[in-house]
Design a protein around this ligand. Structure first.
Ligand code: ADP
Length: 479
């Protein structure tokens, strides 16, 4: 440790703004900045996907590896997009087109990331000896296992679960090829239902486990929410904490957001009308300022409850509402929403794909943002929605339950409501929540109060950065 500054090696499979498939990238890109203010210097090790290598201006080689699971590789230190990065330049594993994940050799690709992280944690890179290793999700799960089986000096390790549904499970015959000893194939090791479990390994061998909301930290200890790992998580319950994610409030700021037709703040909410008109035009919706406009920005996946939303739409439409949906993923869901849009021209508009700029405009334009997830570790969309005064309508699960205050009678009376919750995640409760939103929409004074409450909610990293910093310091001090 140099002075009071702590040096952390963060191991992430994606990082905003370079590569992103979900909220993990946002967290990986924004948490280091927040931690800098706490005296924590985070350096992120990321795979050298084409988009990452293309962003490298300076190439300072800090580690050369002759054979990294089938080819030569090196680690390059650099700064990009305000982040300190170590890029794992391994063309045989990462220089390829297409999706980040889902390749036949994913086991080798992310074992390589984890193996390199473990080597760097032990000081293999020139001029970099971290005080702590922080692994994110299954792709980094083996790092703690490699350190454990190496048995040498090592820094403390933290594993963060961003989504327990993605576990990184691979056939047992890869044990040797992944450089794991045969003794590792046991219930106390990396074995997981007869396979090798990358996430399981991380949860088993990390000194501490965190996840991204207090609610999710509870849910994943239960059989219903534990996705096969609840036993291990209960056994390690004392080591498990839930720290609520934040968003980068400089990137998500309606007062300065260049993606908006009109910037605004809590005192100038009437300016949102220009954004609504712009969005209605983009989505081919009728230019009605008084129609309740529901926005969706989401992966189209079972987890996100988009089928529930599709089934509940008649209630929104019969209440005079509109839907603007931006998302991509499941083809059946895309077909379903495309059909709904064709049948409801002017009332339902859809855009399939990933569009960061349009996502900002939806936040600044929609009256409601719907997040009807079946489970949600934290969820970032509803945090952005709070910040933008687009009232979140969410299922009462995980981080959604932790961050939205339901507009029930008591909360309305106390003037603290920030959105709408429903439970369980099913069609009827969702329909009831939509009806409530439609009813409240008619009382514009109340709606404005809720918008101001939402915009005053603390959705930044401040508090949580302090939690991570305290955890890091505690672990590093007992090393
Ligand atoms: P997950 O990581 O499960 O997809 P999160 O809510 O944690 O869900 O994070 C997803 C992030 O990506 C949010 O900021 C969300 O607004 C954004 N996002 C999701 N789909 C799209 C899309 N099609 N276009 C732009 N942004 C999107």
């Amino acid at each position: 440790m140099s002075g009071s500054q702590l040096l952390v090696l963060s191991v992430v499979p994606e990082i905003f703004p370079l590569v992103k498939t979900g909220g993990l990238a946002d967290v990986a890109g924004s948490l280091p900045r927040a931690l800098a203010a706490e005296g924590i210097a985070v350096h992120s090790l990321v795979p050298g996907y084409p988009a990452v290598v293309a962003a490298l201006a300076l190439r300072d080689e800090v580690l050369r590896i002759d054979d990294l699971f089938g080819g030569a590789a090196c680690v390059v230190g650099t700064r990009a997009a305000g982040l300190d990065l170590f890029v794992l330049d391994a063309p045989h594993l990462f220089d390829r087109p297409g999706a980040l994940y889902g390749h036949p050799d994913d086991a080798q690709r992310f074992a390589a990331l984890s193996w390199t992280a473990a080597a760097m944690a032990q000081g293999a890179a020139t001029g970099f000896v971290p005080d702590l290793l922080h692994a994110h999700d299954w792709q980094a799960g083996l790092a703690a296992a490699y350190l454990h089986y190496d048995g040498g000096e090592r820094p403390p390790t933290v594993m963060t679960v961003h989504n327990l549904a993605f576990q990184g499970q691979f056939p047992a015959h890869l044990l040797g090829p992944l450089r794991l000893p045969s003794a590792a194939f046991s219930i106390d090791g990396v074995e997981y239902y007869g396979d090798i479990g990358f996430l399981k390994a991380g949860l088993r061998f990390s000194d501490r486990i965190t996840t991204v909301s207090p609610g999710y930290a509870e849910e994943i200890r239960t059989a219903a929410g534990g996705m096969g790992l609840d036993g291990l998580l209960r056994a390690r319950g004392d080591m498990l904490a839930g720290f609520l994610n934040g968003i980068d409030t400089s990137v998500w700021d309606p007062a300065t957001d260049p993606a908006l037709a009109a910037q605004y703040d809590a005192e100038r909410l009437q300016r949102r009308a220009a954004n609504k008109a712009a969005l209605q035009s983009i989505f081919g919706l009728a230019g009605e300022p008084d129609a309740l406009l529901v926005g969706v920005i989401s992966r189209l996946a079972y987890q996100k409850g988009m089928d529930l939303l599709a089934a509940s739409l008649p209630v929104l439409l019969s209440g005079g509402g509109q839907l603007a949906l931006l998302g991509g993923g499941d083809h059946d869901l895309m077909d379903r929403f495309a059909a709904v849009a064709r049948a409801n021209v002017g009332r339902v508009g859809v855009r399939f794909g990933y569009d960061e700029t349009l996502a900002h405009l939806i936040q600044g334009a929609a009256d409601v943002i719907a997040v009807p997830s079946r489970f949600e570790p934290c969820g970032l969309t509803q945090l952005c929605a709070l910040r933008y005064g687009a009232l979140p309508l969410v299922a009462r699960v995980g981080g959604l339950a932790d961050t939205v205050i339901d507009a029930n009678e008591m909360a309305l009376e106390a003037q603290v409501a920030t959105g709408f919750q429903f439970a369980p995640a099913a069609v009827e409760p969702l329909e009831a929540a939509i009806r409530r939103a439609c009813r409240l929409w008619r009382d514009q004074r109340l709606w404005r109060t809720m918008q101001r409450n939402a915009m005053a909610a603390d959705v930044g990293w401040g508090r949580t950065a302090g939690c991570y910093a305290a955890l890091y310091r505690q672990l590093a001090s007992v090393r």
